[in-house]
Design a protein around this ligand. Sequence first.
Ligand code: BTN
Length: 253
Amino acid sequence: MNGMKTKVLGQKVHIYDEVDSTQTIAHKLVASGAPEGTIVLAERQTAGRGRMGRSWHSPAGKGIWLSLILTPRIPMYFMPQLTLLSAVALCRAIQKVCHVEIGIKWPNDLLIHGKKVSGILLESSGEDERLKYVIAGIGISVNLLEEDYPEELRSIATSLAIESGGKVSREGLVQAFLLEFEDMYALYLEKGFAPIRLLWEALSVTLKRPIRTSTPSGFIDGIADSLDNTGALTVITPNGERIKIYSGDIELK
Ligand code: BTN
Protein backbone atom coordinates (compact mmCIF):
# COMPACT_ATOMS: atom_id res chain seq x y z
CA MET A 1 0.00 0.00 0.00
CA ASN A 2 1.73 3.18 -1.17
CA GLY A 3 0.99 6.86 -0.56
CA MET A 4 -1.85 6.63 1.93
CA LYS A 5 -3.88 9.88 1.79
CA THR A 6 -5.49 9.43 5.19
CA LYS A 7 -4.22 11.13 8.36
CA VAL A 8 -4.61 8.31 10.91
CA LEU A 9 -6.28 5.29 9.38
CA GLY A 10 -3.95 2.95 7.55
CA GLN A 11 -0.78 4.73 8.59
CA LYS A 12 0.30 1.35 10.00
CA VAL A 13 -0.46 -1.55 7.68
CA HIS A 14 0.20 -5.25 8.29
CA ILE A 15 -0.10 -7.36 5.15
CA TYR A 16 -0.15 -11.17 5.14
CA ASP A 17 -0.38 -13.82 2.45
CA GLU A 18 -2.49 -16.15 4.54
CA VAL A 19 -4.05 -15.87 7.99
CA ASP A 20 -6.86 -17.68 9.75
CA SER A 21 -8.72 -14.39 10.20
CA THR A 22 -7.50 -10.79 10.00
CA GLN A 23 -9.73 -10.19 13.06
CA THR A 24 -7.64 -12.57 15.17
CA ILE A 25 -4.42 -10.88 14.07
CA ALA A 26 -5.87 -7.43 14.85
CA HIS A 27 -6.89 -8.47 18.39
CA LYS A 28 -3.31 -9.69 18.98
CA LEU A 29 -1.88 -6.43 17.61
CA VAL A 30 -4.02 -4.41 20.03
CA ALA A 31 -2.65 -6.54 22.88
CA SER A 32 0.87 -5.65 21.79
CA GLY A 33 0.09 -1.92 21.71
CA ALA A 34 -0.93 -1.23 18.08
CA PRO A 35 -2.43 2.28 17.78
CA GLU A 36 -5.80 3.36 16.45
CA GLY A 37 -5.97 3.25 12.66
CA THR A 38 -3.74 0.17 12.29
CA ILE A 39 -5.02 -2.11 9.55
CA VAL A 40 -4.50 -5.78 8.79
CA LEU A 41 -4.89 -7.08 5.24
CA ALA A 42 -4.58 -10.63 4.00
CA GLU A 43 -4.61 -12.17 0.55
CA ARG A 44 -6.45 -15.19 1.90
CA GLN A 45 -8.22 -16.21 5.10
CA THR A 46 -8.50 -19.85 6.04
CA ALA A 47 -11.12 -19.22 8.74
CA GLY A 48 -12.69 -15.88 7.83
CA ARG A 49 -15.56 -15.16 10.17
CA GLY A 50 -18.91 -13.55 9.48
CA ARG A 51 -21.69 -12.31 11.74
CA MET A 52 -23.71 -14.67 13.89
CA GLY A 53 -21.09 -17.43 13.87
CA ARG A 54 -21.08 -17.80 10.09
CA SER A 55 -17.92 -18.33 8.06
CA TRP A 56 -16.76 -15.86 5.41
CA HIS A 57 -15.56 -17.12 2.02
CA SER A 58 -12.14 -15.45 1.51
CA PRO A 59 -10.29 -16.93 -1.49
CA ALA A 60 -6.74 -15.84 -2.37
CA GLY A 61 -6.15 -12.58 -4.23
CA LYS A 62 -9.79 -11.95 -5.09
CA GLY A 63 -11.09 -9.78 -2.30
CA ILE A 64 -10.37 -7.24 0.37
CA TRP A 65 -10.12 -8.96 3.73
CA LEU A 66 -9.35 -6.14 6.13
CA SER A 67 -9.49 -5.41 9.85
CA LEU A 68 -9.27 -1.89 11.23
CA ILE A 69 -8.38 -1.08 14.84
CA LEU A 70 -10.40 1.73 16.45
CA THR A 71 -10.34 3.16 19.97
CA PRO A 72 -13.31 5.56 20.13
CA ARG A 73 -14.26 7.00 23.52
CA ILE A 74 -17.86 5.91 23.44
CA PRO A 75 -19.97 3.63 25.63
CA MET A 76 -20.38 -0.01 24.62
CA TYR A 77 -24.03 0.45 23.75
CA PHE A 78 -23.08 2.80 20.88
CA MET A 79 -21.33 -0.03 19.02
CA PRO A 80 -24.25 -0.56 16.60
CA GLN A 81 -23.80 3.03 15.46
CA LEU A 82 -20.24 2.23 14.41
CA THR A 83 -21.50 -0.74 12.44
CA LEU A 84 -23.85 1.52 10.49
CA LEU A 85 -21.11 4.11 10.03
CA SER A 86 -18.84 1.42 8.55
CA ALA A 87 -21.55 0.44 6.08
CA VAL A 88 -22.01 4.06 4.98
CA ALA A 89 -18.25 4.55 4.44
CA LEU A 90 -17.97 1.31 2.51
CA CYS A 91 -21.01 2.00 0.36
CA ARG A 92 -19.76 5.48 -0.57
CA ALA A 93 -16.28 4.17 -1.41
CA ILE A 94 -17.69 1.44 -3.66
CA GLN A 95 -19.98 3.95 -5.40
CA LYS A 96 -17.02 6.23 -6.09
CA VAL A 97 -14.69 3.52 -7.37
CA CYS A 98 -17.09 1.23 -9.25
CA HIS A 99 -20.14 3.34 -10.16
CA VAL A 100 -22.53 0.50 -9.35
CA GLU A 101 -25.97 0.75 -7.78
CA ILE A 102 -25.33 -0.45 -4.27
CA GLY A 103 -27.43 -0.20 -1.14
CA ILE A 104 -27.35 -1.17 2.53
CA LYS A 105 -29.56 -3.87 3.98
CA TRP A 106 -29.93 -3.36 7.72
CA PRO A 107 -27.74 -3.42 9.59
CA ASN A 108 -24.69 -3.59 7.35
CA ASP A 109 -24.87 -5.90 4.36
CA LEU A 110 -24.07 -4.25 1.05
CA LEU A 111 -26.21 -5.48 -1.80
CA ILE A 112 -26.07 -5.09 -5.57
CA HIS A 113 -29.13 -6.36 -7.46
CA GLY A 114 -30.25 -8.06 -4.25
CA LYS A 115 -27.02 -10.05 -3.83
CA LYS A 116 -24.44 -9.56 -1.10
CA VAL A 117 -21.11 -8.09 -2.17
CA SER A 118 -19.68 -7.07 1.17
CA GLY A 119 -20.11 -7.68 4.87
CA ILE A 120 -18.99 -6.03 8.08
CA LEU A 121 -18.22 -7.63 11.44
CA LEU A 122 -17.50 -5.50 14.49
CA GLU A 123 -15.81 -7.12 17.46
CA SER A 124 -15.08 -5.22 20.64
CA SER A 125 -13.57 -5.42 24.04
CA GLY A 126 -14.58 -3.31 26.98
CA GLU A 127 -15.09 -3.03 30.70
CA ASP A 128 -17.81 -1.44 32.83
CA GLU A 129 -19.83 -0.23 29.85
CA ARG A 130 -16.77 1.50 28.40
CA LEU A 131 -15.37 0.39 25.10
CA LYS A 132 -11.64 -0.35 25.10
CA TYR A 133 -11.33 -0.99 21.40
CA VAL A 134 -13.23 -2.10 18.33
CA ILE A 135 -12.02 -4.17 15.41
CA ALA A 136 -13.99 -3.37 12.27
CA GLY A 137 -13.74 -6.38 9.97
CA ILE A 138 -14.50 -5.60 6.34
CA GLY A 139 -14.95 -8.22 3.66
CA ILE A 140 -15.43 -7.10 0.04
CA SER A 141 -15.84 -9.59 -2.76
CA VAL A 142 -13.90 -7.64 -5.36
CA ASN A 143 -12.67 -9.77 -8.25
CA LEU A 144 -14.37 -13.10 -7.63
CA LEU A 145 -15.96 -14.71 -10.66
CA GLU A 146 -18.96 -16.98 -10.54
CA GLU A 147 -16.75 -20.09 -10.48
CA ASP A 148 -14.93 -18.77 -7.38
CA TYR A 149 -18.07 -19.20 -5.29
CA PRO A 150 -19.21 -22.50 -3.86
CA GLU A 151 -22.50 -23.62 -5.41
CA GLU A 152 -24.58 -22.68 -2.33
CA LEU A 153 -23.46 -19.03 -2.47
CA ARG A 154 -24.02 -18.37 -6.18
CA SER A 155 -27.65 -17.27 -5.89
CA ILE A 156 -27.04 -14.93 -2.93
CA ALA A 157 -23.54 -13.52 -3.40
CA THR A 158 -21.89 -11.41 -6.08
CA SER A 159 -18.70 -9.43 -6.63
CA LEU A 160 -17.78 -5.98 -7.86
CA ALA A 161 -16.13 -7.49 -10.96
CA ILE A 162 -19.28 -9.44 -11.84
CA GLU A 163 -21.47 -6.37 -11.36
CA SER A 164 -19.25 -3.75 -12.94
CA GLY A 165 -18.04 -5.95 -15.79
CA GLY A 166 -14.29 -5.62 -15.16
CA LYS A 167 -11.44 -6.08 -12.74
CA VAL A 168 -11.39 -3.59 -9.87
CA SER A 169 -8.20 -2.26 -8.19
CA ARG A 170 -8.16 -3.57 -4.64
CA GLU A 171 -5.57 -1.00 -3.58
CA GLY A 172 -7.65 1.87 -4.99
CA LEU A 173 -10.69 0.61 -3.15
CA VAL A 174 -8.88 0.21 0.18
CA GLN A 175 -7.63 3.80 -0.13
CA ALA A 176 -11.11 5.07 -1.01
CA PHE A 177 -12.66 3.17 1.91
CA LEU A 178 -10.15 4.50 4.44
CA LEU A 179 -10.67 8.07 3.23
CA GLU A 180 -14.45 7.75 3.51
CA PHE A 181 -14.19 6.05 6.89
CA GLU A 182 -11.89 8.74 8.22
CA ASP A 183 -14.36 11.47 7.17
CA MET A 184 -17.38 9.62 8.62
CA TYR A 185 -15.56 8.81 11.85
CA ALA A 186 -14.48 12.43 12.36
CA LEU A 187 -18.06 13.59 11.70
CA TYR A 188 -19.40 11.02 14.16
CA LEU A 189 -16.94 11.91 16.93
CA GLU A 190 -17.70 15.60 16.49
CA LYS A 191 -21.46 15.63 15.84
CA GLY A 192 -22.73 12.26 17.05
CA PHE A 193 -24.84 9.72 15.21
CA ALA A 194 -27.51 12.04 13.72
CA PRO A 195 -25.64 12.95 10.48
CA ILE A 196 -24.50 9.34 9.97
CA ARG A 197 -28.07 8.17 10.40
CA LEU A 198 -29.24 10.50 7.61
CA LEU A 199 -26.53 9.22 5.29
CA TRP A 200 -27.39 5.61 6.16
CA GLU A 201 -31.08 6.22 5.47
CA ALA A 202 -30.30 7.67 2.04
CA LEU A 203 -28.30 4.55 1.11
CA SER A 204 -30.69 2.04 2.63
CA VAL A 205 -32.52 -0.57 0.58
CA THR A 206 -34.42 -1.59 3.72
CA LEU A 207 -36.60 1.32 4.80
CA LYS A 208 -40.26 1.32 3.72
CA ARG A 209 -39.95 -2.28 2.52
CA PRO A 210 -41.64 -5.44 3.81
CA ILE A 211 -39.25 -7.48 5.91
CA ARG A 212 -39.23 -10.59 8.06
CA THR A 213 -37.14 -11.25 11.14
CA SER A 214 -36.99 -14.33 13.29
CA THR A 215 -37.14 -14.26 17.07
CA PRO A 216 -36.95 -17.11 19.58
CA SER A 217 -40.78 -17.12 19.57
CA GLY A 218 -41.23 -17.15 15.77
CA PHE A 219 -41.25 -14.85 12.74
CA ILE A 220 -42.21 -11.19 12.77
CA ASP A 221 -43.34 -9.64 9.48
CA GLY A 222 -43.74 -5.91 8.96
CA ILE A 223 -42.63 -2.80 7.13
CA ALA A 224 -39.18 -1.43 8.01
CA ASP A 225 -39.99 2.12 9.02
CA SER A 226 -37.00 3.99 10.39
CA LEU A 227 -33.74 3.86 12.31
CA ASP A 228 -33.70 5.10 15.87
CA ASN A 229 -30.87 7.02 17.44
CA THR A 230 -29.12 3.88 18.67
CA GLY A 231 -29.19 2.28 15.21
CA ALA A 232 -32.08 -0.08 15.97
CA LEU A 233 -34.61 -0.72 13.19
CA THR A 234 -38.25 0.19 13.87
CA VAL A 235 -40.72 -2.14 12.16
CA ILE A 236 -44.49 -1.62 11.86
CA THR A 237 -46.38 -4.91 12.03
CA PRO A 238 -49.67 -5.58 10.14
CA ASN A 239 -51.67 -4.73 13.28
CA GLY A 240 -49.96 -1.34 13.59
CA GLU A 241 -47.64 -2.22 16.43
CA ARG A 242 -44.17 -0.61 16.34
CA ILE A 243 -41.38 -2.96 17.36
CA LYS A 244 -37.64 -2.42 17.49
CA ILE A 245 -34.99 -4.79 16.23
CA TYR A 246 -31.64 -4.27 17.91
CA SER A 247 -29.58 -7.09 16.47
CA GLY A 248 -29.68 -10.13 14.24
CA ASP A 249 -30.72 -10.39 10.63
CA ILE A 250 -33.69 -9.43 8.53
CA GLU A 251 -34.97 -10.84 5.28
CA LEU A 252 -36.19 -8.45 2.58
CA LYS A 253 -39.47 -9.71 1.07
C1 BTN B 1 -20.77 -10.71 7.58
O1 BTN B 1 -21.39 -10.18 6.65
O2 BTN B 1 -21.21 -11.72 8.15
C2 BTN B 1 -19.48 -10.11 8.03
C3 BTN B 1 -18.31 -10.57 7.19
C4 BTN B 1 -17.00 -9.95 7.63
C5 BTN B 1 -15.82 -10.54 6.89
C6 BTN B 1 -14.54 -9.83 7.19
S1 BTN B 1 -13.23 -10.29 6.11
C7 BTN B 1 -12.08 -9.44 7.10
C8 BTN B 1 -12.45 -9.71 8.54
N1 BTN B 1 -11.86 -10.94 8.99
C9 BTN B 1 -12.77 -11.88 9.25
O3 BTN B 1 -12.52 -13.02 9.67
N2 BTN B 1 -14.00 -11.38 9.04
C10 BTN B 1 -13.96 -10.02 8.59
